[in-house]
Design a protein around this ligand. Structure first.
Ligand code: NDP
Length: 299
């Protein structure tokens, strides 16, 4: 059984990106810049944003965090985004979720220029992805990271049955769509399960590649997984653990201890998909910079 080590792979990717950022600096005397907007005081969001900023700096990219008060109006947020859209030193714009209730998520998504939408949430990017124009869009970072995990582990996907559990706009839907496409690391027959799916275990047991993004700890048990399947666990759930100082630990959506006995390869939580999401955010920001400077084919 192979443990798919997202921590190691993301670290390898960051080193590769760092080398390209350095080459950019030498060639055009500029580096990519990511700006993250955070609204309000949500503690978990602050931690995520700090990690993103730190990762940017580690690979030599510029990073700016704009902290806005919880009570800011939607119009002001949209105005700040428009300023960033027009700033040539900003190559990636990200608005950290969740947003305060009075701010419309869709309006924010639409306000970000598709050319700087490094989260890959704008309909323009989603549409290009669905059409298979992957060189003309940004891919949603978590599914993109999973493609990298499959590819760097040389997991055979062509013609395999991939079952995706979850249909969110940020994970399940783009993931299922990518697995369906005729790419080197995909080209699968795809089934998507969700909360209304009947007899889900019967479907998950058919999966050669099982990708799970539900948000419920240990929902996928050993009896739901075909022996020899490749299992990718996107879930990040806090479960109480009195032995930890924090009082909790992170668990995936898959019962790792038991499923790892039957899978041929599996991602752990933490240390699987999670670190890949940030690495792909950095990659998208670098990609945006390279498109803006017409460097795609030179570096
Ligand atoms: P959402 O809550 O947006 O979507 C969850 C999906 O799971 C929905 O489609 C829902 O179905 C489906 N679902 C819920 N319960 C069941 C069930 N009992 N059986 C089958 N399907 C079910 O979550 P996200 O996609 O945003 O995230 C999923 C998990 O992945 C979370 O734990 C999240 O924290 C984690 N995550 C991790 C990331 C990382 O970087 N590692 C990045 C993003 C998310 P329905 O549509 O019918 O409601």
């Amino acid at each position: 059984m192979t443990i798919i080590d997202g921590k190691q792979i993301s670290s390898d990717i960051k080193k590769e990106l760092q080398a390209t950022v350095e080459a950019c600096r030498e060639n055009v005397n500029a580096v990519p810049g990511l700006t993250v907007i955070i609204i309000g005081e949500d503690h978990a969001s602050q931690v995520y944003v700090r990690n993103k900023a730190k990762s940017c700096r580690e690979i030599g990219m510029n990073s700016t965090v704009i902290e806005l008060p919880e009570e800011i109006s939607q119009a002001e947020v949209l105005a700040r985004i428009e300023e960033l859209n027009n700033n040539p030193e900003v190559h990636g714009i990200l608005v950290q979720q969740p947003l305060p209730k009075h701010i419309d998520e869709y309006a924010v998504t639409m306000a970000i220029s598709p050319f700087k939408d490094v989260d890959g949430f704008h309909p323009e990017n989603v549409g290009q992805m669905v059409l298979g124009h992957l060189d003309r869009c940004f891919l949603s970072c978590t599914p993109y990271g999973i493609l990298e995990l499959l590819s760097r582990h040389a997991i055979e996907t062509k013609g395999k049955h991939c079952v995706v559990v979850g249909r969110s706009n940020i994970v399940g839907k783009p993931m299922a769509n990518l697995m369906l496409q005729k790419l080197k690391e995909t080209n699968c027959t795809v089934t998507v399960c969700h909360s209304a799916t009947r007899n889900m275990p019967e479907l998950t047991r058919q999966a050669d590649i099982l990708i799970v993004a539900i948000g419920q700890a240990n929902l996928i048990t050993k009896d739901m997984v075909k022996p020899g399947a490749v299992v990718i666990d996107v879930g990040m759930n806090r479960v109480e653990d009195a032995s930890r100082k924090s009082g909790y630990r992170l668990a995936g959506d898959v019962d790792y201890d038991n499923v790892s006995q039957t899978a041929s390869a599996i991602t752990p939580v933490p240390g699987g998909v999670g670190p890949m999401t940030i690495a792909m955010l950095l990659k998208n920001t670098l990609q945006s910079f390279m498109r803006a400077h017409n460097l795609q084919d030179t570096l």
